[in-house]
Design a protein around this ligand. Structure first.
Ligand SMILES: Nc1ncnc2c1ncn2[C@@H]1O[C@H](COP(=O)(O)OP(=O)(O)OP(=O)(O)O)[C@@H](O)[C@H]1O
Ligand SMILES: O=C(O)[C@H](O)[C@@H](O)[C@H](O)[C@H](O)CO
Length: 181
């Protein structure tokens, strides 16, 4: 079971299309917490590379993970609870992000399910053709990591409520249900 610190930082992780941005947005609204979108922190060259249909390498990802890690550390040190999205596909990437109070929220879904979602998503730089490489890179979190995993079959509001309930968080609305409306 994941340990929840007084002022946690949640890293919403998973392959492209698993719903990280969507769930993080709903959660941040319900909790009233700071939110950052990991995609917005990529160096421009990374975005251009993905847009052109090429998967990122470890070398491409390190500088980006460094920026995300700094954002996390800033919040941990200031004692400000927060949510950030980051694919965090490999254990060695999560090792860079891990800090006191960090909880990984892994959005887990089948390739078919996520592929359907990507097929109906428009206007995003990440092409659906890269999904295969995302699953190839994925190393699911293991027991020694502070994480929970969520099956991505519920609505975004239900998924957010599940995170709130399982981590014992407190929505600003006073009631997880009320925030879903
Ligand atoms: N719980 C859900 N139920 C149904 N559709 C969802 C759900 N969560 C997200 N979606 C849809 O799936 C698509 C992918 O979601 P989203 O963009 O949030 O994923 P992501 O993991 O942030 O992707 P990326 O890493 O590529 O930015 C979007 O079109 C979104 O509207
Ligand atoms: O690690 C990676 O390959 C990248 O971070 C991708 O996962 C993208 O950032 C994102 O998912 C696309 O929208």
């Amino acid at each position: 079971m994941a340990k929840t610190a007084q002022q946690p930082v949640l890293v919403i992780m998973g392959v492209s299309g698993s719903g990280k941005s969507t769930v993080a947005g709903v959660l941040a609204g319900k909790l009233g917490w700071d939110l950052a979108e990991g995609d917005d922190l990529h160096p421009e060259a990374n975005v251009a590379k993905m847009h052109s249909g090429q998967a990122l390498t470890d070398e491409d990802r390190w500088p980006w993970l460094g920026i995300i890690s700094d954002w996390i550390t800033g919040h941990v040190e200031a004692g400000v609870p927060a949510i950030i999205t980051c694919s965090a596909l490999k254990k060695k990437y999560r090792d860079v992000l891990r800090a006191e109070g960090v909880v990984f929220v892994f959005l887990q879904g089948s390739k078919d399910k996520i592929s359907d979602r990507l097929a109906s998503r428009h206007g995003h730089f990440m092409p659906p053709s890269l999904l295969e490489s995302q699953f190839d890179a994925l190393e699911e979190p293991t027991e020694d990591e502070n994480y929970i995993s969520l099956c991505v079959s519920a609505s975004p509001a239900e998924e957010a409520d599940e995170v709130i309930e399982r981590l014992g968080l407190h929505p600003v609305t006073g009631d997880a249900e009320a925030g879903a409306k």
